[in-house]
Design a protein around this ligand. Structure first.
Ligand code: MTE
Ligand code: MO
Length: 158
């Protein structure tokens, strides 16, 4: 994929502007099925989990928080569509910012809490500008490169 590979290390300068308006996520299963997951489905079909003490730690430009993020466990979403037959996934935003998540990180979650797909912050719905839907990785303390705003694609790999 060359220089535009969203999974390669990228700049710490966050993009402040949502690249698109629609927060629907395209989930791709290991057998290449594509499922569109809306914010409403996340809110209605999965247990809501709130992590009360999240920080967005940004090397070079400060830390913000604490925030209480509410959303679904990424593990719950993945297990619904891929069962147990997967080893990792790619979480990629609409502005081409990405992260790889290994199964072990979801199954044996960090003591700080499980990785979430968040739709609310401090009990209020996240705005699109605020990152809706945002991946929150509570175990990440050193920079904010895993706190992916505007999640657009979840590609699950065998
Ligand atoms: N989609 C997307 N997510 C992103 C970024 C980005 O540019 N695009 N920047 C990251 C970086 S470098 C930082 S510091 C934080 C900033 O989060 P904030 O905008 O909520 O302060 O978002 C992270 N998540
Ligand atoms: Mo950053």
């Amino acid at each position: 994929m060359g220089d535009n590979d969203p999974l390669r290390p990228h700049s710490h300068e966050p993009n402040p502007q949502p690249p698109t308006a629609d927060p629907t996520i395209r989930l791709v299963t290991p057998d290449e099925r594509e499922i569109l997951v809306t914010v409403e489905e996340l809110q209605e079909e999965y247990p809501a989990v709130t992590l009360p003490d999240c920080y967005i730690v940004s090397t070079g430009h400060g830390t913000s928080g604490p925030f209480a993020f509410t959303g679904v466990r990424l593990l719950d979403l993945v297990q619904r569509y891929a069962g147990e037959s997967w080893s990792q996934l790619e979480a990629i935003s609409a502005d081409g910012f990405g992260n790889r998540v290994m199964a072990a990180e979801l199954v044996e979650s960090d003591p700080a809490g499980p990785i979430l797909l968040a739709y609310a912050i401090n009990r209020n719905q996240l705005t699109r500008k605020g990152g809706l839907v945002r991946m929150i990785v509570p175990g990440e303390k050193d920079d904010a490169l895993r706190q992916v705003k505007w999640l657009a694609i979840v590609r699950i790999r065998r």
